[in-house]
Design a protein around this ligand. Structure first.
Ligand code: SF4
Length: 915
């Protein structure tokens, strides 16, 4: 390792590193404008010049590679003189715009102050040639070319960080300028991730919110006065942000550089979509229904509603038995809230009728991975994207649903990582893929078994791994023998040769890692699909090593955590079974109340029980079941049949409208707690602002009601709840708020006699599986619950778009509600012609259950015979189309396959359907 001297101090540096990298690592200040820790060295601004002993000319630190014995001076008078002159040239570029201490991003201004540089020393031709333009067309940031010095950090960030390539340097000489191709941001493919804004050193690219604040005098309370580090409240990637706050107002969410999850990057939702926090629709006081009519509420006090809930629950339990009341918890809530909700259900209601909305997304993942590995969580870390040789993306659309992961995958592909995409649509990642297997919806199991068939028949299986670490291989081999590439082509439409190519790539890369999403789990055979995927990993030895494994992309922010802390009807924390006497004894000793043994109802079973009149009351926390559940008419019927419904939420959702009591809840930016992201990383959520009005956290509401029912839970602080979870849960035993101060911890975090500060576990199953050996789970292809026919000839797939999140409750109440203001029906041009559908026109979409109206988008992203729509807008009520078909094991609904017909709309309609 070369040894070098910088400003009289000795340092070691790895071969190939630059002087700038050493300086940054050691915290030595070397000025620069075009250099960024997130980007490749560019060497254009020359501000980072330093004096290297023995060289006459100055060297740019960002492009000079260290050599043994190098002696460097970074701040000689000559170096400072050159830097000052360079700075004055840059400042002259935007003469008249120079604002000492200007916007929060103006690194250039800070340098000007440091070097006492004059903005007016050089006057030149540029003023007569370059036209200053302002592009204000994006929803969250604007671009003022008069402040631009052409350092190209924004262009490179768009390219290297987000992989979007929207920004370009256009023109030559003095007329060179940065443009969003094809001219403005709104017309471009910009995804508003904000990476360019973060990089801009001059304020040319600025967040509109920050700009507004710096250009007009503001009351003192609106000046950012503190930062609070917290975790994104949207998807399961779990990006970390520093919230910049003034008083009780969020000014900006700034993605932090030292997070191993997002490494300074973010997507539009996490970075910009927080306006919902102060939206006038927020619930601020408890509501009590005052007549038979749903939605007819009066305001009440917390004392009144707590007493009402406690007395109604108690009476219903007394007169109808312990099955009378059930709870649905939320994957949007914190671990602590979910833990309390399941504890409340088990000790206050005396049953296990607790489930959470992970039921409708990744319950199949838990069941499928449990079956093969013995545990149902991601085997590897997001950091492994950097080291893997091949990524297999199955039924997931990361660039829209998990954008920071999507960007990381695109970056990996640019570095040479292979990519296989298995998806019925031409999602963005297919443009980067070596192979795209465009299968018919609902045929995952056949395709995955087909891959295994090729791997075995071509001798590519990892025989040693199979012999040493697995069991039941013979049965598996026998099952997949029937799935020849030709037979799979018949079932799935995937060409046999393409299947062979994908199988060879996956098996021979040396390190293949799989990501999967709801396109695998939300099927009649969702659990089977996950098993087939896990089987493929153990068939090829792609588990237990860096850059391998099975990694579910979790939909909501805390899908992983809500299940880990026991908000499920059959397990307690970390999937410990209440039927196990030792487990029960431990929980009963801690809780001081009996723990029921009989497994409770899953969400679909709750609807059935409500319709049958067996279930009398529910408490639904942060889940808009009436909009997001499949076959919503049935769900609404079930909710309407309850004697008493309590809903906690931020807004008066479709479900809340049916409630008898609505509790105003605080959002993720308004409370303390933890979330667990998709790679098992438990991270702190911190209160950034106060909740509006009388809104309370769900944890506070649960404790109030439990106390009123005579079973108080004495937690003064969320950290105490985490301590209780740790006491009861071996895999979380080493987690405490104190330890989380230094960053997240990936479970398992055990505590042993020898180790009390376990660092967490980045990769699972390195030596053994929880069940000892992994067990091949042979699964057969079963056709989807519903197939197209003459009356309903199209297969409709539902999913997300980048700008919105689930039921859109939060994102619709931000500027993103204007960017994407409706659910669209994507149809292939052939089908558009066949059914007389035109771009931008309305279509009536009918299934065997219902009918909705959607705006048509003709697109080749979908294959002929299939269609796609999102489900973010209550006006569209897309889920009324869905059937009750669900995964055979977990009852995760089959959101991904339904037979529909689409006809151009000639009749009068409103958004709720045809009249
Ligand atoms: Fe938030 Fe997910 Fe976007 Fe990260 S990728 S900022 S966690 S929504």
């Amino acid at each position: 390792m070369p040894g070098i001297t910088i400003d009289g101090n000795n340092y070691e540096a790895a071969e190939g590193t630059t002087l700038m990298e050493v300086a940054r690592r050691e915290g030595l200040p070397i000025s620069s404008v075009c250099y960024s820790d997130h980007l490749q060295s560019y060497g254009s601004c020359r501000l980072c010049v330093v004096q290297v002993e023995g060289q006459r000319a100055l060297s740019a630190a960002c492009t000079t590679v260290v050599r043994e014995g190098m002696v460097v001076e970074t701040g000689t008078p000559e170096v400072r003189r050159i830097r000052r002159t360079l700075l004055e040239l840059y400042l002259s570029e935007n003469a008249g715009q120079y604002r000492p201490g200007g916007s929060a991003h103006a690194e250039l201004n800070d340098l000007a102050t440091e070097y006492e540089a004059s903005p007016l020393r050089f006057q030149g031709e540029r003023h007569t040639v370059r036209q200053a333009t302002v592009d204000n067309t994006g929803p969250y940031f604007s671009f003022d070319s008069s402040l631009c010095i052409l350092c190209a950090r924004c262009v490179r960030a768009c390219d290297e960080v987000q992989g979007q390539n929207v920004l370009h340097l256009e023109g030559r000489g003095f007329s060179t300028r940065v443009v969003a191709d094809p001219g403005t941001f709104d017309a471009s493919a910009c995804v508003t991730c904000g990476a360019c804004v973060k990089e801009c050193p001059t304020g040319a690219l600025s967040d509109k919110r920050v700009l507004e604040q710096s250009q007009r005098p503001l009351p003192a309370h609106e000046t950012p006065d503190r930062t609070v580090r917290t975790t994104c409240a949207y998807c399961g990637v779990g990006c970390q942000f520093e919230a910049q706050v003034s008083g009780n107002r969020i000014i900006r969410m700034y993605p932090v550089d030292d997070s191993p999850v997002n490494m300074g990057h973010a997507c539009v939702k996490g970075r910009y979509a927080f306006d919902y926090v102060r939206h006038p629709d927020r619930l601020t006081r408890p509501l009590i229904r005052q007549s038979e009519k749903p939605g007819d509420f009066r305001e009440g006090s917390w004392d009144e509603v707590v007493a009402l809930i406690a007395s109604r629950f108690t009476k219903l339990l007394e007169s109808n038995g312990p099955d009378a009341v059930a709870c649905i918890s939320s994957s949007r809530g914190t671990n602590e809230e979910n833990y309390l909700m399941q504890k409340f259900t088990r000790i206050c209601l005396g049953n296990n009728h607790i489930d959470n909305c992970a039921r409708v997304c990744h319950s199949s993942t838990v069941a499928g991975m449990q079956e093969v590995f013995g545990t149902g969580a991601a085997t590897n870390s997001l950091a492994d994207i950097e080291s893997t040789r091949l990524i297999l993306a199955v039924g997931c659309n990361p660039t829209e649903a998990h954008p920071v992961v999507g960007a990381r995958i695109k970056r990996a592909v640019r570095r040479g990582t292979k990519l296989i995409v298995i998806d019925p649509r031409k999602i963005e990642l297919t443009r980067y893929a070596d192979v795209h297997l465009q299968l018919r919806p609902g045929t995952n199991v056949a395709v995955l078994n087909g891959l295994a068939n090729v791997i075995i028949s071509e001798g590519l299986a990892d025989e040693r791994f199979i012999a040493e670490r697995t069991e039941n291989y013979d049965a598996y081999r026998e099952t997949v023998a029937a799935y020849t590439p030709e037979s799979v082509e018949e079932i799935s439409g995937v060409p046999a040769d393409l299947l062979r190519r994908a199988a060879r790539l996956y098996a021979t890369s040396g390190a293949s890692m799989a990501y999967h999403g709801l396109g695998v789990t939300e099927h009649l055979t969702g659990s089977y699909g996950v098993m087939a995927l896990a089987d493929l990993a153990i068939l090829t030895g792609n588990v237990g090593r860096p850059g391998t494994g099975i990694n579910p992309l979790r939909g909501q922010n805390n899908v992983q955590g809500s299940c880990d802390v026991g908000a499920l009807p059959n397990v307690l924390t970390a999937y410990q079974k209440p039927s196990d006497p030792d487990v029960r004894a431990r929980f009963e000793a801690e809780w001081r109340w009996p723990v029921p043994q009989q497994p409770g109802w899953k969400i679909p079973e709750m609807w059935e029980a409500a319709l049958a009149g067996k279930l009398k009351a529910m408490w639904i926390m942060g889940y808009d079941a009436a909009q997001t559940e499949p076959n919503t008419d049935l769900v609404r019927g079930a909710l309407a049949n309850l004697d008493f419904l309590v809903v906690s939420d931020l807004f008066l959702s479709e479900t809340a409208l049916l409630a008898h009591v609505v509790l105003p809840a605080s959002g993720a930016l308004e409370k303390d707690g933890t979330f667990t992201n998709g790679e098992r990383r438990v991270q702190r959520v911190r209160r950034v602002v106060d909740p509006p009005g009388e809104a309370l956290s769900d944890a506070e509401a649960i404790c109030e009601v439990a106390a009123a029912m005579g079973k108080p839970m004495l937690h003064r602080d969320p950290s105490e709840i985490m301590d209780e979870i740790a006491r009861l849960t071996p895999s979380l035993a080493g987690i405490s708020y104190e330890r989380l101060e230094d960053g997240g911890l990936q479970w398992p975090v055990p505590v042993t006699h020898e180790v009390s500060n376990h660092p967490g576990t980045a990769i699972l199953h390195t030596d053994r599986f929880p069940r000892g050996l992994a067990r091949f789970a042979p699964v057969e292809y079963v056709p989807p619950g519903e197939e197209p026919d003459e009356r309903y000839p199209l297969v409709l797939i539902t999913g997300r778009v980048l700008q919105h999140y689930n039921a859109g409750t939060m994102t619709r109440r931000t500027r993103l509600g204007e960017v994407v203001d409706r659910d669209l029906l994507e149809v292939h041009p052939d089908d558009a012609q066949l059914y007389g559908l035109k771009d931008h026109c309305q279509a009536r979409v009918e299934s065997r259950r219902g009918s909705v109206c959607l705006t048509v988008r003709v697109s080749e992203r979908v294959a002929p015979g299939t269609a796609f729509t999102s489900f973010h807008f209550p006006e569209a009520q897309v889920n009324t189309l869905l059937s009750s078909s669900a995964d055979v094991i977990t009852r995760c609904p089959e959101y991904k396959v339904l037979a529909v017909r689409a006809t151009p709309l000639r009749l009068r309609y409103d958004w709720r359907g045809i009249k």
